[in-house]
Design a protein around this ligand. Structure first.
Ligand SMILES: [Zn+2]
Length: 372
């Protein structure tokens, strides 16, 4: 395969050779449309060319990371797409449910993509992304680096929020994970549009800070010293293929990179361009807080059915276990059976893919009890 040109940097202070065989943290700051994510992709190409793995984990809503599927890499790299539960994907690439991914799969693939459009909703995507991140941090030995692409650093934080108790914990988890990445053979590329409060912490951890066009407001206060080296007009408006680079060691330069031609265009329907068909199953219902009481979510409904059938608990015992009234429990068991009788399945159980979705629970339970 044709190898594309590498990053070119004209160093204006010190001098540095950039290696794509090190688990660096890359942080890219710039306006929307300044070419941040295409730069993340270019860094990814460099890691790929060295034989490492690219994990495009945090995509944008519009499925930007699906553009990999029309890159030249589809010809000689092994590609894996991840999807959420209850989503059907029809395409010629290998697709796997995100929560089934193992560390072994990292060894057998080169480009792993978790595209937003292959999830039911943001909640599902962020929850899965947090689980996938945790999986990456379980690597204790490796032959290849994994370059994790985080399009929009704030998404990393939001996904941590899905698995931690509060905002402070989520933030400190994220910082910790970025700091510890190298110990798991993880390189991370993040981008951000400048005004998030998390930026400063990430900036402090980055091996390379890249600045793309910053717009009319220019550089933020603590980066204004860069004006000693660069013309403010360049900082405001440089074209997408250029960037300013600041390394941890203090080297400073103006760089350019070959813009990936396969990058997703703004407003493009990427699913259509690539030819992927996606069908979304019904979303599980969450519990709703009605003030005096909380409604039963699909998951809790399925748990009631499971406790009644699998663990053979009485309605009263289930009520105690779940801190619900016996009447509520009874209504759900009756409702489940009524639905199965009426239409062959219980919609709530179907939405959470319970194995009992077609089972007449009272009848089957009685049979088992009799046999005992
Ligand atoms: Zn049910």
């Amino acid at each position: 395969m044709q190898r594309r040109g590498k990053v070119k940097v004209l160093w204006v202070r010190h001098n540095e050779k950039i290696s794509f065989n090190r688990p660096y943290t890359w942080f890219i700051l710039g306006l929307r449309g300044s070419g941040k994510s295409s730069f993340l992709e270019h860094v990814a190409e460099n890691y790929l060319n060295e034989g490492h793995v690219v994990f495009d984990l945090f995509g944008s809503r519009d499925g930007e990371n699906l553009a990999w599927l029309r890159s030249p890499y589809v010809n000689d790299k092994r590609i894996l797409l991840l999807r959420g539960e209850n989503v059907d994907v029809n395409c010629s690439f290998t697709v796997m449910q995100a929560d089934k991914l193992t560390l072994h799969d990292l060894e057998n693939h080169d480009i792993i993509i978790s595209p937003s459009p292959l999830y039911l909703n943001i909640d599902q995507e962020f929850y899965n992304a947090a689980q996938l991140t945790d999986l990456l941090y379980k690597r204790i030995h490796w032959n290849r680096l994994v370059y994790m692409v985080v399009r929009e650093a704030a998404n990393f934080y939001y996904s941590r929020l899905k698995v931690s108790e509060n905002q402070i914990l989520a933030k400190s988890q994220m910082i910790y994970l970025i700091r510890e990445a190298r110990h798991c053979g993880l390189s991370i590329g993040l981008d951000s549009i400048r005004y998030y409060a998390i930026d400063i912490d990430i900036r402090n951890l980055a091996d390379y800070l890249m600045l793309k066009a910053q717009g009319v407001l220019g550089l933020i206060e603590d980066l204004k010293w860069l004006y000693n080296y660069f013309n403010p007009m360049v900082v405001q408006k440089m074209p997408p293929k250029y960037f300013i680079i600041v390394s941890r060691s203090g080297a400073l330069g103006l760089g350019s990179f070959p813009y990936p031609t396969w990058h997703k265009q703004e407003g493009e329907d990427i699913l259509k361009s690539i030819g992927i068909k996606v069908e979304y199953g019904e979303m599980p219902k969450e519990a709703e807080d009605k003030g005096r009481f909380k409604t039963i979510s699909d998951n809790e409904h399925a748990e009631i059915i499971r406790l009644y059938f699998e663990e053979m608990l009485s309605m009263h015992e289930i009520a105690e276990r779940l801190k619900r009234s016996s009447r509520t429990v009874m209504e759900h068991i009756k409702g489940h059976d009524a639905a199965v009788e009426r239409s062959g399945f219980c919609p709530a159980c179907k939405r959470v893919q319970s194995q009992y979705k077609n089972v007449l629970i009272k009848q089957e339970r009685a049979k088992i009890k009799e046999a005992l």
